[in-house]
Design a protein around this ligand. Structure first.
Ligand code: PAF
Length: 288
């Protein structure tokens, strides 16, 4: 039976509702505009925890001055309906004054070298903003488990490193990316795409497929195969094709063998999309 989750809008309401929870607690953090990808996180949390808390907060700290903070899609009522179907128990949807009562926080989490590669170079300050709000929500919700999507691979790496490096008492659980039937990774930003841009955006998942198929030919071959697909779609503006270490987000060397993540990012019209796939690199061929 579907039950609408309880809704907390401030710290006191959240604390009061959490005090009735007795078992294992999970958190799924979101910025709303929920889709099947978020619901997969909630369902995975439902499997492993007795109580599932979902946070909905469009975090100003992680948006650059020219990014889409103001137009980021927001629809709390629709999100609550979806969360009822997925089995969330409690939704914490605070406003910015609740999360940052003194305005922009003076002290923030520093993402270190993760901030200097890929999304970090294109979106300065982004991971510091993400980690700062993630740490705050971990403190406020005190979960045993925290669920994050593999879709945001670099964010997942950053959160795992923060939890490990700062001894945060929570277990991070990664959930695989959910895709539409044609391969496009679900993202709240897909709503910005026109039908033609949506077709062009498929180059990202096709590039990952090509890279995956080249994994037994070495790191260089993976990068070359993925880049060839993206070069074949001139309407999209490629930001990067990268083959990274899943523990540090740094590029792997040419002769690398083992677990890696192939990550791509591109602008389709004015919409920035990212995607990635985990893979195991073997062989040592390739030119880049
Ligand atoms: O992945 C997101 O939606 C956000 O970065 C997160 C983790 C909710 C922090 O604002």
């Amino acid at each position: 039976m579907e039950t609408t989750p309880a809704l907390a809008r401030d710290r006191d309401e959240l604390a009061a509702m959490l005090s009735s929870f007795t078992g294992r607690r999970a958190v799924v953090m979101t910025m709303g505009a929920l889709h099947e990808g978020h619901l997969a996180l909630v369902r995975a949390a439902r499997e492993l925890a007795d109580h599932v808390v979902v946070t909905i907060f469009v975090n100003p700290l992680q948006f650059g001055p020219h990014e889409d903070f103001a137009r980021y899609p927001r629809d709390l009522d629709a999100d609550l309906v979806l969360l009822a179907t997925a089995g969330a128990d409690l939704v914490f949807a605070p406003g910015p004054n609740v999360v940052y009562p003194d305005g922009d926080p003076m002290v923030r989490v520093v993402a270190g070298p993760i901030e200097t590669v890929l999304e970090g170079t294109i979106r300065p300050g982004h991971f510091s903003g993400v980690l700062t709000v993630v740490l705050k929500f971990l403190h406020l919700v005190s979960p045993d488990l925290a669920f994050f999507g593999q879709k945001d691979a670099q964010q997942l790496i950053a959160v795992r490193r923060m939890v490990r490096d700062l001894d945060v008492p929570v277990e991070v659980v990664a959930v695989p990316t959910v895709r539409d039937a044609d391969g496009l990774a679900l993202s709240s930003r897909n709503v910005y795409l026109t039908p033609e841009q949506r077709r062009q955006a498929l180059a990202l998942s096709k590039a990952l497929h090509a890279g995956l198929a080249a994994a037994s030919d070495g790191a260089g071959a993976v990068r070359t195969a993925a880049r060839a697909v993206l070069d074949g779609e001139p309407e999209i503006a490629l930001d990067y094709v990268a083959l990274i270490d899943p523990g540090s987000a740094q590029e792997v060397a040419r002769g690398y063998r083992g677990d890696a993540i192939l990550a791509v990012a591109a602008r389709v019209g004015t919409t920035r999309l990212i995607d990635n796939t985990p893979l195991v690199v073997s062989g040592s061929g390739g030119t880049s």
